[in-house]
Every structure is written in C-alpha cells, then in structure tokens.
Design a protein around this ligand. Structure first.
Ligand SMILES: [Zn+2]
Length: 565
C-alpha cells in the first residue's frame, strides 16, 4: 500500500524523461567524449611550464577538472603504441598485445611495426604514397599498409560504437599513424599525417574513398603556409625557465633546423620540410586544424548520441626526443600547446558545448632527461650501445660453452633480446638454460639493471618486485622476446628506430611511467587527487561514466573521484 505513491512518482519521472526525447542518451550523458593524448607529456611538465599559460587551455582543465597528480603506466615498455593502446583498452600489453613499437615476428623472420598490415594499403588521394623512409619513427615497417588488427581486445571507442549503434561517430586523429589507429580502435576511423605528401591519410581498412571535407583540407595545402617562416618563442624571455640555456651541446642539431631559436622550416619542397613541421608546435596546430574540419565535416557531437573523438598530439614527443624535456624548445612547445588546446576547447564550446563534452587528457608515456643535461647536475647517465653485445667476452665464453659457432644473440629490439633459435635447435640446447645464462651475463654489464628471461618469468622463476610485475604486464607469448632488458635509471639506447637522438623513453622508471590524467565532464567538481592511479583505469572510468560496458580485456578500476560529485 505504501509503495503506490512512490511507484506513481517513479512513473511520472519516467514519463517526463521520455518526453524530453533523450531517453537513449540521457540528459547528463555527453554528446562527445574527447580523449586527448599528448605524446611524451610527463606528469610534471604542465605545472612546470605553466608560466604564461592563457585561460582556456590547460588552465581550463586544471581549474575545473579532476586532476590526478600521481598517475602511472604500469607496464615496463613505456613506448608510444604500448601506452596509447593501454589508454584505449584499459588493459596491459600482455592482454592487448601491443608489447612494443616494433617486435620480431619469428614466423616471418622480420621486424614488425605495430600497426602495419599489408592487406590494407594507404588510401591514395591525388597520388598519396606513404614513403616511410622519410619518417624515422616508421623505419621498421616493411609495408605501407595499416590497420588496428594487431590490437587483441576492444577499445573504449569500440565500446562506444557497440553501445550507441550506427549513429555514434568514432574517430582518431594524430600526426602519427599509431597515435590515431590505436585510439580509433577497430570500429572507428583513423586519420594521420603523411610526411611524404603533407596530407592526412587513412588506409583501405577504414574505407575506399576520402570524404569531400578531407579532399578539401588536403587540397588547401595548409602545411605549405609555414614555408619560409620559423618556429620562434611565443612569449618574452622572462616567461621561460630555460631562456638562457637554448644552445646545449646534447641537443640534436638536425641540419637545416638547428638547435637554437628561431628554427627555420625552409622551403615547402625541401626534403625534411614536413619533418620540421612535426618537430615543432606546427605539427599540433595542423592536427588541430584537421580535427576542426573533421568535427564540422562529420557533424561530430551534433546530436544526442554520444560520439568519440581521440586526438593524439605528437609534437611534444618529437621535440622531447631531439632536445630533451628540459630545453627551451620543450618549454615553448608546452606553452604553445596550451594555446592549441584553448583553440580546440573554444571551438568545441561553440559547436557542441563544453558542458556536453567529457574531456579526458593523458599521455602515452613520460620522458627521460638527456644524459648531457643530467651530467651538469652530477647525475650519472649514459647511452647504452647494444650493437656489439654479441661480441662481448662474456657472451663469447657462453658460445664456447654451448658449442655455438654462430651468434647467440640474434637481435635486440627495444626492450627484448631475441636469441638465435636456429643455434639452440641445431645444438639441441636447453632453451631455458641458454636464456638464463645469457640473461645472467647481460645483467652484470654496466648500464643494465635487469635482464629477465621470459621462460623464468612465465614459470614463476622471478622474484615478485615492482619491476618484474611491470615486465610481466608486458609479456605476451606470441610477441615478446626471450630476455627483457631494463637499463639502469637514466641509461638508454638513444636510437629513435634508426636515428640517433638526444633521449629515448621506454623504461619502467618513474620519469617514463608518470603521466598527467585529467577528467573534465558534465557535473564534475574540481578536485586534485594525489593517490596513485594507473592508466588502465581510464577506459573503465569512461565506460562507467557513460554507463556502458568496459573494453573486453579491461583490468583497471573506475576512478571514484570522477564518478562521484
Ligand atoms: Zn609516444
């Protein structure tokens, strides 16, 4: 008897909510999920370089959002595809399968680039031909085909497509193919910047023709507008911590671009013109400009059905690799990224409404300091040379012991050592023993903190520590190598897939795992949270906020501070 008025009350609520026409989306469900990933943005850098920030960019997020100051990737190999896919899937590389930017495909006997797929060629539009040689980061790809097929689980973008049906629009945009493809998932569409043509491209995985708005964007040749100009400081020198430290010997002196301001872009037909654009804030400005055209051209966020747009900004990463995170270039880049974000948020507010948008900002990994810079502070740091590792006396002694005439270490591809399987089979050697002995010798070498055998790892033969747990989170039996190498803190191989650079991330140490995590969505009150969280928590938090199911391999925990007000 008592329940009757209550049921009547409920049915009135039900009726009222039905008449608003928002039954499916719900009045508090966002029209757009905007997932921003800033490549190589270490967790401390926003605050560190905040002098001179404007109002609508980082400040909007810091002052209004839920800000996590102690967020970390928990996998060991803090590389770009690994971090992006972890943010997208809410799980570890052991499960989503993207264990490294490049891994050794034993069946094919060749290195394999994470999103390469010979079945899906780059979609030609006015003679687009992706010349991967010009892009040092894609040197390992043996085909210009691309797809997300190697991602083993669903992404949050996939789940949005599944939950809201064909009316949900799902996109990923980045200068980097892997930055766009990972976030767009299997169900979305990915667009990235081709340095060989200075246009945004996609592959036949996503469709067989370009929509008119992309043809128009590429036809306008916006990248050429930077020709003859240069990257100059945004603000007067007093706003910069590194104003008096522009010219440093450890910075990469890329011919034509130089290591001091102003950095000239040169002529638009010169060989490295588009590379220089991406090695400056111009790369992010072009990404933003393309994203705006996408929002307009595809009517993103225009109706009550939740859409998803991922934007991965790549300039911070290239600039970090070439100049280090503690450089005038990195400092100016962050201040310019602040302006780029303010421009993006103003555009979204005008078209969709920031009050109808869930923004999630993070990074795929952090950034190590350059050894030369650390040396000026008395901190030991060095580059490790892996090229001659198989000819070291300790490894030669093992060859003698095992009766191996050929090399024992076939390949090192960050972070894994691959042993010579042929020698092991021909000599009838015990694989686990060879792994253990080689790992034992490697771990004694200066600069190597741990060398962990995969067999030992999966048979429980390794003590449980924070590092071994991170390596296990990275272990995928089909793709991981035989021995995982962890260098000492501040040591690394400074090889950006073939090109010598100032610094390279990829370690399980804090400077590489620490990333910003900021949520800003409808109804959220500003908070600053210092407890440790992990990047696997992002995707399940977005799912919980949208009241949909998390991605298929999700291992993270929804963040309570985002979900409660
Ligand atoms: Zn990256």
């Amino acid at each position: 008897m008592q329940s009757t008025p209550f049921l009547f009350f409920l049915s009135v609520i039900w009726f009222l909510s039905g008449t608003t026409g928002m039954a499916q989306a719900g009045p508090d469900r966002p029209r757009l999920v905007l997932q921003i990933t800033v490549d190589q943005l270490r967790g401390d850098l926003i605050e560190r370089y905040s002098k001179g920030f404007g109002e609508g960019g980082f400040r909007y997020l810091l002052d209004n959002g839920v800000v996590y100051t102690n967020a970390h990737h928990r996998h060991a190999n803090t590389e770009t595809i690994v971090g992006h896919t972890t943010l997208a899937t809410g799980t570890d590389p052991a499960v989503h399968g993207m264990v490294a930017n490049v891994w050794f495909d034993r069946k094919a006997g060749a290195l394999r680039y994470n999103v390469q797929d010979e079945r899906f060629r780059i979609l030609g539009a006015g003679g687009v031909d992706a010349d991967t040689e010009i892009d040092p980061t894609q040197k390992a790809a043996t085909t210009d085909g691309r797809s997300p097929a190697a991602i083993a689980t669903s992404t949050i973008s996939d789940e949005i497509a599944l939950a809201f049906g064909p009316a949900a629009k799902v996109f990923g945009v980045s200068v980097k193919d892997r930055g766009a493809i990972s976030m767009a998932g299997h169900a979305g569409k990915a667009y990235w910047f081709s340095k060989s043509t200075s246009t945004f491209v996609t592959s036949t995985f996503y469709g067989n023709s370009y929509p008119d708005w992309i043809k128009a964007w590429n036809g306008a040749n916006k990248p050429a507008r930077y020709a003859g100009s240069s990257w100059k400081l945004l603000l007067p020198p007093e706003n910069y911590a590194f104003a008096g430290a522009d010219d440093q010997p450890w910075e990469t002196d890329f011919a034509g671009f130089g290591r001091v301001f102003p950095h000239p872009f040169g002529k638009s037909d010169s060989k490295y013109y588009s590379t220089f654009l991406t090695l400056s804030p111009a790369g992010d400005e072009l990404t933003l400009d393309f994203a705006k055209s996408l929002i307009e051209g595809e009517s993103v966020g225009a109706d009550e059905v939740t859409d998803y747009l991922a934007i991965s900004f790549s300039s911070t990463d290239y600039i970090g690799h070439f100049f280090g995170p503690s450089s005038l270039e990195s400092e100016d880049n962050i201040k310019r990224l602040d302006r780029t974000l303010a421009d993006l948020f103003a555009y979204i507010d005008a078209r969709i409404g920031l009050d109808r948008t869930l923004i999630v900002l993070s990074a795929d990994h952090g950034a190590p300091e350059v050894p030369g810079y650390l040396a000026t502070l008395g901190i030991e740091a060095k580059y490790f040379n892996f090229a001659d590792i198989d000819r070291q006396p300790a490894i030669d002694a093992l060859k003698l012991e095992f009766g191996a005439a050929e090399e024992l270490i076939e390949k090192f591809s960050q972070p894994y050592v691959y042993l010579n399987t042929k020698v092991i089979q021909e000599r009838g050697l015990d694989r686990a023993l060879v792994e253990a002995r080689v790992a034992g010798e490697l771990s004694k070498m200066p600069g190597i903190a741990y060398a962990i055998s995969s067999t030992a790892l999966r048979t429980g033969g390794v003590a449980s520590t924070s590092v071994s747990t991170a390596i296990l989170a990275n272990f995928n039996p089909d793709r991981s190598g035989d021995i995982y190498i962890v260098f000492e803190p501040h040591w690394f191989v400074a090889d950006l897939e073939g090109l010598q650079v100032a610094s390279a991330h990829g370690s399980p140490w804090v400077y590489d795992t620490h990333v910003p995590v900021i949520f800003k969505g409808p109804g959220m009150a500003p908070k600053r949270i210092s407890r440790r969280i992990e990047t696997v928590d992002l995707a399940p938090t977005i799912a919980a906020f949208l009241r949909i199911k998390p991605p298929s391999g999700s291992r993270g925990t929804p963040l309570v501070e985002v979900l409660s007000d």
